[in-house]
Ligand binder design. Structure first.
Ligand SMILES: *Cc1c(COP(=O)(O)O)cnc(C)c1O
Length: 356
């Protein structure tokens, strides 16, 4: 098989990467924690708006290098949103047809974004996205990308510009350059797998804390190790929390897991948006609440150090959900207890869990 098209395709992705800038590491200013520094790796500034830009690039390079995609191969993905948007971008870059198999309930705005990059949307019942993607790929002689299986292995965990490598480079001139904790929430689990492996390979002492939202099985799986666990309800936090144990979630590289109530995630999302002066997505709220718990505990123990998490996407995508008061009170609940807890934290550095 002549390799000229695959060579061209990989060169296109590498050139696109060469033209791109790294994402910022933002330092939060919290005077109540004088000996603790908190940072957010801002993944909202990728061309397609989320950390899924990194995943899509890695999945295309992995599939091309495996010989799974040739000139004209239709690419199919099961996704409820952000991954399909980023993959549509790379499929267009390579001139490949792209079909996103998405739940019928997917917001029109997301469908519009996938179509903006030239992708097509195939709407099915939520439980059918995986089997329908495999069926469609077979029927069209295409390639099913399968993010939930391949996210953990498509990225080079040793370094090579992965997100963990970038974070440690950007921390070099900080007063606590080796973070005490990195906190991340799992969707595919790919990002936490990359970070956890990198920490071990590079011999860092940083702990990886993974935070899971309500209605997700990852937290129970971490403790029980039953891969057949399922949840009847879908997660309310876009991008994270899954109703089944995804193969890309690698529990043994996770040092600690915490469950974060959705009300805490949304209250923290709003709180951070106020501090930064711009809107962030809900999973960023989940991530940061985990960081604030750890920071408060470190301060109580008299420890100093740094903590890092990800700003996964912008809140502009969620104006009619997380940024709509009526939607939040109908779907998530009363945020007041966590809003008060965060206000108290900002003044004292102590995070008190509201009584349930
Ligand atoms: C995918 C996603 C995550 C989780 O990242 P994974 O690497 O898939 O575990 C978090 N937040 C948002 C907004 C996402 O789209």
């Amino acid at each position: 098989m002549p390799r000229s098209w695959v060579n061209w395709a990989i060169a296109q992705i590498e050139a696109d990467f060469q033209r791109s800038a790294d994402t910022h590491l933002i330092k939060l200013d919290l005077p109540a924690l004088p000996q603790i520094d908190i940072y957010l790796k801002d993944e909202s500034t990728h061309p397609t708006g989320s950390l899924k830009h990194r995943l899509a690039r890695s999945l295309f390079l992995y599939a091309l290098s495996n010989g799974w995609i040739q000139q004209g191969t239709p690419v199919i993905e099961a996704s409820s949103g952000s991954t399909a948007i980023s993959e549509a971008y790379f499929a267009r870059l390579l001139g490949l047809p792209f079909i996103a198999v998405i739940p019928k309930s997917t917001a029109q705005k997301k469908i519009d974004q996938i179509e903006f990059y030239g992708g097509r949307c195939h709407l099915v019942a939520p439980s059918e996205i995986y089997t329908e993607s495999a069926r469609l790929a077979k029927e069209m002689n295409g390639h099913y990308m399968d993010q939930f299986t391949y996210a953990e292995r498509a990225t080079d965990w040793r370094g090579n510009n992965n997100i963990a490598d970038s974070i440690f480079n950007q921390m070099q001139r900080e007063r606590f350059p080796e973070p005490s904790y990195i906190v991340m929430s799992p969707g595919t689990g790919g990002t936490s797998a990359t970070i956890g492996r990198y920490l071990r390979y590079q011999q860092h002492n940083t702990q990886l804390c993974v935070v899971d939202p309500d209605n997700s099985v990852f937290f129970d799986f971490y403790h029980q190790r039953d891969p057949a666990l399922t949840s009847a309800c879908a997660s309310n936090i876009e991008g994270i929390g899954r109703p089944r144990v995804e193969p890309s979630f690698i529990p043994d590289v996770v040092d600690e897991m915490r469950q974060i109530p959705d009300t805490a995630s949304i209250a923290t999302m709003q709180w951070l948006s106020g501090i930064l002066g711009r809107k962030v997505g809900a999973s960023t709220g989940t991530n940061l609440y985990g960081v604030l718990q750890l920071a408060s505990e470190m301060q109580a123990r008299g420890e100093s150090g740094s903590l890092i998490t990800l700003l996964c996407d912008s809140g502009e995508r969620y104006l009619d959900s997380y940024y709509c008061d009526q939607w939040v009170s109908d779907r998530i609940g009363d945020l007041q207890p966590y809003q008060s807890a965060l206000q108290h934290f900002q003044q004292t550095g102590e995070l008190k869990e509201p009584a349930q």
